[in-house]
Design a protein around this ligand. Structure first.
Ligand code: APR
Ligand code: ZN
Ligand code: ZN
Length: 378
């Protein structure tokens, strides 16, 4: 096949022209990567709840028209000047969280954040130079959290991807590009769940089930799985939930239910994997007096606040949060190894595999709670 390096690529993509309006499949133009960027051919891309939040316009990034999607596996088509971490033909996972290895945050052992990620959020839909590499019918199309993977080809800034082994199935490991990793890392990296402890995971989507897997790996004794959708009950057990609790089936608030189930001690670790302000409160309330740790993992609607009774903090509870499970992108290849060695379950999460043409159907099913994980292909 003739090389496309240095040329504009015309390809298929799902374009979100307006907030909350059905996406349309279009032929778009993807410009070649500039310096410190790469262009990839997307092989598979998972649908994560943050794509839905982005489409609804409730995340900080809300520039339309845009191409959503941020959970992809792909093959490097070409690299821009100055990129040394990958070459044409390498397999990568996209990453909304960057790792530049140079900034004060990348150099700190105590955070997985990177200043380029912070800057990318401020750029709100453009790449670092203030422009985009995507267009359609002469119109500028904005990037979504540095990924825009609902497109056959896309451009990623340097540091916003991870090189991975070539023998791993692309249609499965794309899930490690965001959701599962975001949940899985938190109990391992952020709170370091201790053996025998009691955990509660709120929200049992791919993020929550990732957190459940992380708790189990750390040797948690009890893992409560909290979800309003009873369809999650059986699948949650496969991942390690020891007790499923549906808040709608109790008269009392869910935090009180969990306090009762723990003889009023509370849970050692609670993980909010929904992005719901009220549930964050419940997760904090349900955590143990003196030393409970409550971790916000789900992305809440931008610009909102929660009210925290400082007494909860005086009583020693810790309220914290993380992006990407506290993991650095460079730690993702080890997770791919874990999947290949059957230590992380991904196949069990994939309820639907659909062509990109069915993108609106996939969004509808996620809204209706009918899917766990949909993987889109081209
Ligand atoms: N109480 C309990 N469970 C709830 C509630 C609630 N009030 N509201 C929603 N849920 C459950 C849903 O029934 C669903 O099972 O939370 C789960 C969320 O799962 P998904 O929609 O599949 O979302 P997921 O992709 O896992 O992402 C979760 O993490 O990355 C962020 O932006 C993402 O905020 C989102 C969160
Ligand atoms: Zn950095
Ligand atoms: Zn995501």
């Amino acid at each position: 096949m003739a090389s496309t390096k240095g040329q504009v690529i015309k390809c298929k993509a799902a374009v979100a022209w307006e907030m909350g309006k059905p996406m349309t499949i279009e032929e778009i133009e993807v410009a070649p990567p500039k310096a410190k960027e790469i262009r990839i051919k997307v092989i598979a891309t998972g649908l994560c709840h943050s794509d839905l939040s982005g489409w609804k316009g409730i995340l900080a990034q809300r520039k339309f028209p845009c191409i959503l999607g941020h959970e992809a596996s792909g093959v490097v088509e070409s690299v821009g000047e100055g990129v040394t971490s990958v070459k044409e033909g390498d397999h990568v996972l996209s990453s909304f969280l960057s790792q530049c290895h140079e900034c004060f945050m990348c150099k700190s052992p105590d955070t997985n954040l990177c200043i380029k990620f912070v800057e990318s959020l401020k750029a709100n839909g453009t790449l670092a130079d203030g422009t985009t590499r995507l267009s359609c019918k002469g119109k500028t199309i904005y990037h979504f959290i540095s990924c825009s993977t609902f497109s056959e080809y896309t451009v990623l800034p340097d540091g916003f991807f991870t090189k991975i082994r070539k023998d791993a199935p692309m249609d499965k490991i794309c899930l490690l590009s965001c959701g599962v990793t975001t949940g899985y890392g938190a109990p391992i990296k952020v709170t370091k769940v201790t053996p025998g402890s009691t955990c509660a995971v709120f929200g049992l989507g791919a993020v929550g089930l990732g957190a459940v897997m992380g708790c189990k790996r750390q040797g948690a004794g009890r893992i409560f799985g909290v979800d309003i959708n009873n369809d999650k009950k059986e699948v949650a057990k496969i991942f390690g939930v020891t007790e499923f609790v549906n808040p709608n089936e109790h008269q009392k608030p869910i935090d009180q239910v969990l306090m009762e189930k723990t003889q009023q001690v509370g849970c050692d670790y609670t993980f909010e994997c929904i992005g719901n302000l009220g549930v964050i409160q419940s997760a904090l309330n349900a955590s143990r007096l003196g030393e409970g740790k409550c971790v916000v993992i789900g992305a809440p609607p931008s610009g909102n606040t929660i009210a925290v009774d400082p007494m909860q903090l005086l009583f020693g509870k810790v309220l914290t949060g993380c992006f990407f499970g506290g993991l650095e992108p460079s730690e993702v290849p080890a997770l791919v190894d874990d999947y290949m060695n059957k230590k992380i379950m991904l196949d069990e999460l994939i309820t639907h595999t659909l062509p990109i043409e069915d993108i609106n159907k996939a969004f509808d099913s996620l809204i209706q709670g009918k899917t766990l994980k949909t993987v889109m292909h081209f």
